[in-house]
Design a protein around this ligand. Sequence first.
Ligand code: ASP
Length: 445
Amino acid sequence: MEIKVAKFGGSSLANASQFRKVRNIVEADPTRRYIIPSAPGKRDKHDHKITDLLYKCHVLAQKGQPFTEVFALIKERYLTICTELGLSLDLQADLDEIEARIKAGASADYTASRGEFLNGKILAAYLGFAFVDAADVIFFDAEGRFNAVKTQTVLSRELARYPRAVIPGFYGSTAGGQIHTFTRGGSDITGAIIARGVNAALYENWTDVPGFLMADPRVVKNPKPIREVTYRELRELAYMGASVLHEEAIFPVREAKIPINIKNTNDPEAPGTLIVSDNGNYRPPGSITGIAGRKGFTIIAIEKTLMHSELGFGRKLLSVIEDHGISFEHMPSGIDTISLVIADNQLNPNKLDQVLADIDHVCKPDSIEVIKDIALIATVGLGMAYTPGIAAKLFTALAAGGVNVRMIDQGSSEINIIVGVENKDFEEAMRRIYNAFVPPETPSL
Ligand code: ASP
C-alpha cells in the first residue's frame, strides 16, 4: 500500500476540537500511515505556544527561580485535551518526570522537546496508532549535526515494524543519548525526514493556511493561492521572503523526489499547494507562479573605461568584499560597469565606507556610485523568461505605475526576473506586477 506521511502543525493540534479534525483527516485516507505532530500552538492570538512556555520554564529554572506557575499552564493544556477527547491516557507520571528534570537542570533542548513528546503520546492514543519516540529514530552527531545515514537505516528498519505510527516532530537524540532539537519550526524537517525514510508517495504538511499565496497578502489584497510549484521555483520565492515551510524541510524530500502537499486542517477539501520536482512541468504560456520581494538593499555601481578588457577586474572587486566578510546577492554588469547588490544587514555605515575606500584603492575605478534604499522583487515562473512578452508586460506595468526601475537581473536561470526599485515604490510595484499577470476576475453575469 502506498504511504503518505502527514505532519500537523501547532495550530492544527491546539485543542481538542482541532484534534478531532486531525483524526477525521487521518481516518479519511488509510494511506496516511505516519503522523508527525508539533506541540500545541496558540488557540487565539493572546494564547501561548506550549514550546514557548517550556523554554520559559527552562530559563526560570536556570536562574534558580520557581517555574511551577508556568508549568501548571502546560499541564492544564494537555490534561484538558485528554479529558475533552475522553482519553483514559495517564500523563501524570510523564508530567512529574519532566517537571523534576527541568528542576534538576535539564537542557533547553530536552525541555522544549517535551511539547512534541507529550502531544505525540496523546495523538497516538487518540488515533489508536503506535507511539515511536523520535529519540529512537532521528539522530544527530556529537556536534549537533543531523546524522542522515544512521537515521535512514534505523528509521526504515523501526517503522517497518509498525503499519501506523505517530512520531513526534522537532527533536531526536545524539550518539550520547542526549535530546537535541532542530531549529524552531523544525517539525517540518522531521516530517520530511520520515517521508524520505519510509519512501512515501507524498508528504502532507497540514497548517492553518490555504497553501502558498502568489504574493504577500500584507501587500496584495487577496492574492490567489499557488496550486502547484516546483522545488526550484519555491527556492526562488523563499529566498525572497515568502515562507510557510521550514526551508531545511525541503531538502530530504526534494532529493528523493517526493512531492509535498501544503494543506489546511480547517479546510481539508481545498487542494492546497503541491510542491513537485522540476522535471516535465508545464505552465500555460504567459503565466507566472508567484511574486516575492524584500526591502533593504544597497547597490554599489562601479564604472571604469575599458573594464571589460581588464583581466582580473572582477576577481579584485570580489576579493575586496570577501575580505570584509560580505556576500552579495546579485552582480549585474555592463561593458564598462559592474554593480554589486548587497543586503543592508551586511553593511553597517562604517563598513560601507571602508569597502568603498578599498574598492577605490584596489580596482582604481573612474567612479563609484552608491544607491541606497533599494527593494528587490522577484517574479517567478517556470520557463517564463523564454516566453515572449513576459518582460514587456512586467515593465509596462511598472511604467504605468510611475515606478522607476533601478536594476534588472534575469541571471542565467530561466525562472525569474528580478527588478530593483526604490524602497518607497516596493508595495506599488508588487501590486502592479501582480495585477498585470493576475487580472481581477470579471464577475459572471
Ligand atoms: N514546537 C516547535 C516550535 O514551536 C517546533 C514546531 O512546531 O515545528 O518551534
